[in-house]
Design a protein around this ligand. Structure first.
Ligand SMILES: C[S@@+](CC[C@H](N)C(=O)[O-])C[C@H]1O[C@@H](n2cnc3c(N)ncnc32)[C@H](O)[C@@H]1O
Length: 402
């Protein structure tokens, strides 16, 4: 595995993401100039050096982990796995006084419990280091230091360094999550899907812990999400170039805007949620860019000038009662029609039956997953003067609901 770019052969880099996020991750990778070698529902293979993984960890908004290949080999049983892993010069990468965690994805007929493969892999690493240095690194489940990932499908084994450690979705700003918070990386992908880039207001009623508004502020400023974290897996590999990391951080800070032309407004009926969202925004360093209010969604201020209005209402899977929510969704439709003209409205929901209550025809229904729940981001064009009214005035029929 190569540390720098200097004329060295690139390694395979696997960037993972939550199911369904791949199109947004792909767009980010291409924009950063990385090739897309292959893709699955939850990851994209690209290539680069260890140095590239620093940039990816710093800049990607929708990724979960950045893995860099150490070695590919074939193994049909745990003993072969041990022997092959032991051949890797781990002492070049891992400090004998360090700490390692082995994670894995195993689909092999002879390994019934992936934990056994993890232990074999970990034993091979620590045995080799102890043999050479007389001392072995500690090991355990914590992913905040060196993380080695084993991918073993049938006979094909790949060993990666997980250069991320704790997943990138844990940006570090959400100290108070409140109920049913959206994962930060999912919120970033939803904002990308809506095409919001800071040109127009971002109105977020039902803000909960503030994830959408905070991610919008980071996106609007073009601020690198990795600036918010001070620990990544790559920092626990020997040869980590701290001055290079500091340079990348400084460049990213320099590239970020200081102010935004448009407003971000976040509201929630629950005062505790708004307090939490405000604190989370302060931790993210964007509280000065978000106007918070405690109010019913329908009372949220929607300034002239257009932009997007995005709501993530409860959808009855994890909280809330469906019957009560029917009225809430109907109310969102009324709010869109009465107060949000000239905007594009978005509802992120896992309940399409409830979404029908909105009573407006969705222009787009963009698929997502929130954990295992299939969701949609519904887009509504909220014409100035309301399309429904215009159609009625023209003698046309009302639009079909969702
Ligand atoms: C699913 S949560 C939103 C989670 C949010 N996206 C996050 O990442 O934390 C829905 C939110 O809607 C709020 N809410 C429910 N009914 C409301 C109403 N009538 N007006 C305003 N907010 C409401 C709840 O307090 C809750 O915070």
């Amino acid at each position: 595995m190569q540390h720098t770019d200097k004329g060295m052969k690139p390694n395979r880099i696997l960037v993972t993401c939550a199911k369904g996020i791949t199109p947004y991750l792909k767009a980010e990778l291409l924009q950063l100039g990385f090739p897309v070698l292959s893709e699955t529902t939850a990851g994209i293979a690209t290539e680069g050096t260890l140095d590239d993984t620093l940039r990816l960890n710093l800049l990607l908004r929708t990724a979960h982990r950045v893995l860099i290949l150490v070695k590919d080999f074939t193994a049909d049983d745990a003993e072969t796995l041990y022997r092959e892993v032991e051949k890797i010069p781990w002492e070049n990468y891992i400090d004998m006084n360090g700490y390692i965690c082995v994670t894995s994805s195993v689909d092999n007929p002879v390994i019934r419990d992936s934990r056994y493969a993890n232990v074999k892999c970990k034993d091979a690493i620590v045995d080799r280091i102890r043999e050479r240095h007389g001392r072995r690194p500690d090991s355990g489940p914590d992913q905040d230091k060196t993380v080695v990932n084993l991918y073993w499908k049938q006979s094909n084994c790949s060993i990666y360094f997980d250069t991320t450690g704790e997943p990138l979705s844990r940006r570090g700003y959400r100290k108070i999550p409140m109920a049913a918070p959206m994962q930060e990386t999912l919120a970033a992908a939803v904002i990308m899907a809506a095409g919001w880039n800071g040109a127009g207001h971002f109105i977020n009623p039902m803000c909960g812990s503030g994830t959408l508004a905070i991610e919008a502020a980071l996106k609007g400023l073009e601020s690198a999400p990795g600036l918010l974290r001070n620990n990544f897996g790559f920092m626990h590999l020997k040869g980590f170039d701290k001055s290079r990391w500091d340079d990348l951080r400084a460049q990213a800070k320099k590239g970020a805007k200081k102010t935004m032309r448009y407003r971000i407004i976040a509201s929630d009926i629950n005062r505790e949620s708004v307090n939490a969202a405000r604190k989370n925004a302060a931790t993210a360093g964007v509280d000065h860019l978000i106007e918070f209010a405690v109010c019913d969604f329908s009372e949220t201020s929607v300034p002239d000038g257009g932009g997007i209005v995005m709501l993530n209402p409860e959808y009855g899977e994890r909280m809330g009662q469906i019957r009560e929510l029917e009225n809430v969704y109907k109310g969102i439709g009324d709010f869109f029609k009465q107060k949000c003209r000239g905007y594009t409205g978005y509802i992120f929901t896992g309940n399409l039956d409830l979404a029908k209550r909105v009573g407006l025809k969705a222009k787009r229904r963009i698929p997502f997953y929130n954990g295992s729940i299939e969701c949609r981001l519904l887009e509504f064009e909220l014409y100035e003067g309301s399309r429904k009214k215009r159609k009625t005035e023209q003698g046309g029929s009302s639009p079909d609901p969702v």
